[in-house]
Design a protein around this ligand. Structure first.
Ligand code: MCA
Length: 497
């Protein structure tokens, strides 16, 4: 059997190819037949450019319909899709391009010059616009590549505590299994229209959102950039919405948002960052809907979900998905009893194939009996519901994006006049958490807040740039000399709220 993700999707496509798959305010943008033919053209074009099964295609493009068709073309051709956040700057891109060794690099008009400069000489570097234009001359049929379950379909990077990003290899089998489980858990069908406003360079928008739709023959209301007005005008045409908590807090901040917008909605799903109980409750009282919170990570896709039918408990991420095993363990990987807090470990068909070029690190993160150690701390209650109590050391989640302080500290420490720095997260009214940098100067009073922020902005993605900088005479340390981040978080907890 062909385990290619696109092949698996195509088995759920509606018989009538004229069934809409993408809609927006103007009406139908694409039906299933045109999605199939457009992805075939991209697959023909990419393979015609010399890309072979397993080759990486690195993509840094704004969300668009062409970007979606191109993604599907890569998958169909058995190429490894490697998407990048459009906010990444030159220094960040240099690392990804060197590490992923792509055969093809795809950018936008605005980013193509930098991508071209950074790419290895034998790489094809092309804009998505030109690809789209050239694809029109290609055949609109393509025999989807034969893929095995464990063949890598996508490479996504996550920074980690060392500040050096690791490539996470997700296979066709991982992505298909997770999408299938989510379709049944969340009751997706051909009747659904998903409000798709998430970016398509992360697991949430790319695999969870698009995966659920294409694995069930449903439709998507396609929004390229999150904006409250677009969401409000789209909602009445939709039945399901997926978002990070910021999407819901922004909706609640809009007085225009009422129950009437949700008339046709059956489900609101939240993930990628903790949903505050107060958001859950405020949303219920405004709309009558209980937001369904679920839990996942790039290495595993989705692991657990509050139920579609049954009790949705605020502050928990629900029981394990049907084909996923979750356990909470002590430091020696021994399972703990319900109610006890320990390491969250996951095993199942959703769990990734390993870190790209890092077999040693991969071995470290798996237990002997095949569980992946997520780095999160959690607790499973008597009903089997998981709560995430703490997460990988120091990690900040801002607007649904993971930020690793080490990466920012390494950058700040290199700035002239900075002796040392400590980066930490505090509550942020819009993004849930925001980045704060504490700086110790080599010469007190020599640096300006704005200069630090400006320097950071020119070197790293905007979402990682500190929202506030504070100057300290020294960093708080314990007897061992270790910086006390907790103390910093406590002292400055109200800085951004
Ligand atoms: C933008 N900015 C941010 C963020 N986004 N700062 C902190 N955190 C953020 N997430 C900054 C910009 O650099 C800019 O700064 C200013 O805010 C406005 O930028 P803009 O692009 O206009 O922001 P926005 O369009 O309002 O975007 C906010 C957003 C977006 C809609 C919340 O960040 C978003 O779509 N987040 C979702 C990310 C996502 O898909 N996560 C899933 C990861 P300045 O003005 O100074 O230039 S997958 C995952 O986590 C796992 C697997 C899972 O379980 O899902």
């Amino acid at each position: 059997m062909n385990e290619n993700l696109y092949h698996r999707f195509s088995q759920s496509f509606p018989e009538d190819g004229r069934t809409p798959v993408l809609i927006d305010a103007e009406g139908v943008i694409a039906d299933y037949h045109s999605l199939d033919t457009a992805s075939a053209r991209y697959a023909n074009l990419l393979t015609g450019m010399g890309a072979l099964k397993g080759d990486r295609v690195t993509v840094q493009v704004e969300k668009s319909v062409d970007a979606l068709f191109h993604y599907l073309g890569c998958i169909r051709a058995g190429l490894v899709f490697h998407p990048l956040n459009t906010a990444y700057q030159e220094g960040e891109l240099a690392y990804f391009l060197e590490n992923a060794e792509p055969r093809i690099v795809v950018g936008d008009k605005t980013s193509i010059a930098i991508l071209g400069k950074l790419a290895a000489p034998d790489t094809s570097v092309i804009t998505i616009d030109l690809l789209a234009e050239q694809s029109l001359a290609e055949q609109d049929q393509f025999e989807t590549a034969l893929s095995e379950k464990n063949d890598v379909a996508a490479l996504l990077y996550s920074s980690g505590t060392t500040g050096v990003p690791k490539g996470i290899m997700l296979s066709h089998g991982n992505l298909a299994a997770n999408a299938e489980t989510l379709v049944s858990t969340w009751g997706f069908s051909g009747e659904d229209v998903l409000l798709h406003a998430l970016p398509i360079y992360h697991v949430h928008g790319l695999f969870v959102g698009i995966g659920c739709v294409l694995m069930s023959g449903a439709g998507m209301y396609w929004i390229n950039n999150y904006g409250i007005d677009q969401i409000l005008s789209a909602l009445p045409s939709c039945s399901v919405m997926m978002g990070v908590p910021t999407y819901y807090t922004r909706l609640l901040r809009s007085d225009a948002f009422t129950k009437a917008h949700c008339e046709n909605m059956r489900l609101f799903i939240s993930g990628s960052a903790p949903l505050l109980t107060e958001t859950f409750e405020a949303f219920e009282s405004r709309t009558g809907h209980l937001i369904l919170e679920r839990y996942g990570m790039t290495e595993t896709g989705m692991n657990s979900s509050n139920p579609l039918d049954g009790e949705r408990v605020a502050g928990t991420v629900g029981p394990a998905l049907p084909d996923v095993e979750i356990r909470v363990t002590d430091a020696d990987d021994n399972p703990l009893k319900s109610g006890e807090v320990g390491a969250v470990q996951v095993r199942g068909p959703n769990v990734f194939q390993g870190y790209w070029k890092l077999p040693e690190k991969t071995r470290e993160d798996f237990t002997e009996d095949g569980f992946f150690d997520t780095g999160d701390q959690g607790m499973i209650d008597a009903k089997g519901y998981l709560s995430i109590i703490g997460r990988e050391k120091d990690m900040i989640i801002s607007g649904g994006l993971n930020i690793y302080p080490k990466e920012i500290e390494l950058l700040l420490d290199q700035l002239t006049g900075v002796s040392e720095s400590a980066v930490f997260g505090v509550a942020h009214a819009d993004f849930g958490e925001g980045v704060v940098a504490a700086i110790v100067e080599t010469e007190p009073g020599s640096l300006k807040n704005a200069d630090i922020i400006q320097s950071a902005k020119s070197q790293i993605a905007g979402f990682k740039v500190p929202k506030a900088v504070i100057f300290l005479e020294e960093l708080p340390r314990n007897a061992m000399g270790k910086v006390q981040k907790k103390q910093l978080r406590d002292t400055y907890k109200d800085l951004l709220s």
